[in-house]
Design a protein around this ligand. Structure first.
Ligand code: CAA
Length: 391
């Protein structure tokens, strides 16, 4: 099969929530020394969804600028990756398809493997585009990360959606072969269908992540991947930003390098700006790392970036992308910064109320409090159906 056309990320846009909880507020409530949050896990604040926001409203808000810029005529597939699914049967992507007015000649599907799902979606998209280079695929990663109140995971919560348009001759990043793959059956983080909050074995999850870094990198090398020295930067899955530093140090050690602090900072430093203020967005987090890198780096044209996508349970993939010359004209840096800056800080009681809120399950008619100022909102529940609204 012909491989002589480049396929990759043509456009990338993200959205996050209406509210934010600064870690200083959480620390004051629970008596934690703030250094543990700011330095120990590398988090400043977390995105908190309003009562009328969910993975669909964030996803539609992330994807709308993409269809506004490129149209939707060539989009024949939407792949929606999430850990925080809203329905056991219907893909959240179908709601987004409707909110964005995408053509009916389109397939829409939801993918799940904890935080890894969006990378599977990206690879499936590349396969579809290779088969039919005229089509584009809309890949969406959207998640609300929720742990029990007063649990160690609480400080790593967050929420965001990243939308990526995948096609030939991409304007941003060409995605390369091969991929390094790794799967291991571990119970480091999981969420049974009857739970709204994730269960996690914190230290086990860090160990499992580092094993997956090693395993996927080993396979990447065996598949003929690039040597470590060729990468200008590394986008790791960031459940909390300090994890990217732990992962890169582990990779350097595994490859026999001294772990020089400055070298790690050079490789990781520009990938954390969004995740440190948004928190864990599960499937979206590794692509928020890419957004932060592209939005901040001086000039990456022609340079290779390493991606390490990890989903607990666990599945991981290491792959490379090469940044396309001229990419900076296509970035959405101002809109990304605005998405972060527009969030309103909430106090601890408001955060706790939003956290404890769950949607009524009685099948009645329930209007949702009008809180978000974003372009899409979850307006009501009626007969067990979610009713969305566009402003
Ligand atoms: N000043 C500076 N640093 C401090 C400090 C202070 N005052 N107090 C503590 N620290 C440091 C600690 O030394 C520690 O650093 P190291 O890891 O480098 O040793 C760090 O802060 C965290 O301290 P603890 O380990 O004591 O914190 P904890 O017991 O509260 O747990 C956690 C931390 C395990 C990450 C927990 O928040 C958690 O369970 N999070 C959810 C799970 C998670 O994100 N796992 C990551 C891998 S799994 C994954 O990637 C998938 C996914 O998205 C969930």
């Amino acid at each position: 099969m012909s491989n002589d056309f480049a396929i990759g990320i043509h456009d990338l846009s993200f959205a996050t929530t209406e509210f934010t909880l600064p870690h200083a507020v959480l620390a004051e409530y629970n008596g934690t020394e703030i250094g543990k949050y700011h330095v120990g896990i590398g988090q400043q604040s977390m995105s908190v969804p309003a009562a009328d926001e969910d993975i669909v409203t964030m996803a539609a808000a992330a994807a709308a600028p993409i269809t506004a810029r490129h149209g939707a005529d060539r989009i024949r597939t939407v792949v929606f990756a999430t850990e925080s699914s809203i329905d056991q049967a219907k893909s959240a992507g179908v709601y987004v398809h409707s909110l964005l007015g995408l053509p009916s000649a389109c397939r829409v599907v939801e993918l799940k493997q904890a935080c890894y799902g969006a990378t599977a979606a990206l690879q499936f998209a590349i396969g579809l585009v290779r088969r039919d280079p005229a089509q584009q695929v809309l890949v969406i990663a959207s998640d609300v990360s929720k742990y029990d109140l007063d649990s160690p995971g609480e400080a790593t919560q967050g929420a965001a959606a990243v939308a990526m348009l995948v096609g030939v001759d991409p304007a941003l990043v060409r995605i390369e072969e091969p991929s390094g793959l790794f799967t291991a059956d571990v119970m480091d983080f999981w969420r049974p269908n009857y739970r709204e909050t994730a269960l996690v074995d914190g230290q086990e999850s860090i160990t499992a992540y580092l094993q997956a870094v090693e395993g996927s990198w080993k396979d990447y090398g065996e598949q003929g991947g690039r040597p470590l020295e060729e990468f200008a930067a590394f986008c790791y899955h960031q459940p909390f930003t300090k994890m990217a530093y732990k992962a890169h140090r582990h990779l350097l050690n595994y490859c026999g390098y001294e772990t020089d602090k400055d070298a790690i900072e050079d490789a990781i430093g520009q990938t954390t700006a969004y995740n440190t203020v948004i928190g864990n967005s599960y499937t979206a987090a590794v692509y928020l790392a890419l957004a932060a890198l592209l939005d901040q780096a001086d000039d990456l044209a022609g340079r290779s970036i390493g991606f390490l996508s990890y989903g607990s349970g666990s599945v991981a993939e290491f792959f490379a992308g090469t940044v396309v010359p001229g990419y900076r004209q296509h970035l959405r840096t101002a809109a990304h910064r605005a998405a972060v800056d527009r969030r309103k800080p909430v106090g601890y009681p408001e955060y706790r109320e939003l956290h404890e809120r769950s949607l009524p399950a009685d099948g009645g008619d329930h209007l949702t409090p009008s809180q978000t100022t974003g372009p899409f909102r979850l307006a009501a529940l009626s007969g067990h159906k979610r009713i969305y609204e566009t402003r």
